[in-house]
Design a protein around this ligand. Structure first.
Ligand SMILES: NC(=O)c1ccc[n+]([C@@H]2O[C@H](COP(=O)([O-])OP(=O)(O)OC[C@H]3O[C@@H](n4cnc5c(N)ncnc54)[C@H](O)[C@@H]3O)[C@@H](O)[C@H]2O)c1
Length: 269
């Protein structure tokens, strides 16, 4: 990745921030965005202290003009884009029957349309460098998860979009990776939306028992370097995808029973 330019959305925390360090340590310049200037600056200073060239840009992935500006600024400063990592995302925890449809719309706007906008404006530059487009999807993009209908829908949409795009670009030299982490310690559960779109502010799982964001980022870096098409992480994640494919009705029961054990689960035990 030496001398390459990597654009990462939502990189002021969690997996995105870990990706900024992982790619930056290989010699890449990191262009990254988020909605909060102070959080971006904190990450920018830490990257600079580690000797990583970086450019923080305040931008919201759900705003098309912001994604156009992000890519223009990246090219304006560094002259090229080699890798786009569509990482920014939010989640939800609420039963569908009680959930305001605006919550699902917001998840689609950020997780799916954010990926569409960023990819739309990065693609012409990545076609020139024959680089990579990466989507940080989820196991929830292979297997629908109860209490997260909007999250699963947005990640299924991402997976379909990336698969179709990969096929369109088959002879272009552009690499497309769908990366699906399993449970990874981060802010995602704290920032999840409830049925009315309010932030939950807590986690319902033991964050200490999960894959770390750094480990997750290392796997994703290797998958980009090897130009893999798909990455499914964690043993639990791999098992879920396998059982869902071959024994789907067993998967219904296992997924229900597993998620019913979560601290604040509305599912009956
Ligand atoms: N942590 C997990 O267990 C897990 C599992 C599978 C997939 N993922 C995916 O990994 C990605 C990163 O999440 P994370 O776990 O590091 O959580 P996180 O909350 O730490 O990181 C998400 C980042 O996206 C940013 N973001 C949210 N909305 C945005 C917007 N509209 N515009 C710009 N930035 C925005 C947030 O500010 C944050 O920095 C997400 O797409 C998530 O769905 C996470």
């Amino acid at each position: 990745m030496n001398q390459k330019v990597v654009v990462i959305t939502g990189a002021s925390s969690g997996i995105g921030q870990a990706l900024a360090f992982a790619f930056g340590r290989t010699g890449a310049a990191i262009v990254f965005c988020g909605r909060k200037a102070d959080a971006l600056q904190t990450t920018a200073q830490a990257l600079s202290a580690a000797g990583i060239t970086n450019l923080p840009i305040v931008a919201d992935v759900s705003v098309e003009a912001d994604m156009q500006r992000l890519m223009a600024d990246a090219v304006g400063r560094f002259g090229r884009i080699d890798v786009l990592i569509n990482n920014a995302g939010i989640s939800m925890r609420a039963m569908f029957a009680e959930t305001d449809p605006d919550v699902l719309r917001k998840l689609m706007d950020i997780n799916f349309m954010g990926t569409v906008y960023a990819t739309r404006y990065a693609l012409p530059h990545i076609q020139q460098t024959k680089g990579s487009i990466v989507g940080i999807s989820s196991i929830a993009g292979y297997r629908g998860l109860p209490v997260r209908t909007g999250y699963s829908a947005s990640k299924f949409a991402m997976n379909g979009f990336l698969e179709a795009l990969r096929t369109e670009l088959l002879h272009s030299g552009v690499h497309v990776l769908t990366a699906c982490p399993g449970f990874t310690a981060s802010n995602i559960r704290f920032s999840s939306l409830d049925a009315h779109g309010r932030t939950k502010g807590d986690t319902m799982r033991d964050e200490g028992n999960m894959m770390s964001a750094d480990e997750c980022a290392d796997h994703i870096l290797k998958a980009v370097q090897r130009r893999k098409r798909e990455l499914i992480l964690t043993t639990q994640g791999k098992l879920t995808v396998f059982i869902n494919k071959w024994l789907p009705s067993l998967a219904d029961k296992l997924v229900y029973n597993t998620l019913a054990k979560e601290k604040d689960s509305p599912l009956k035990r």
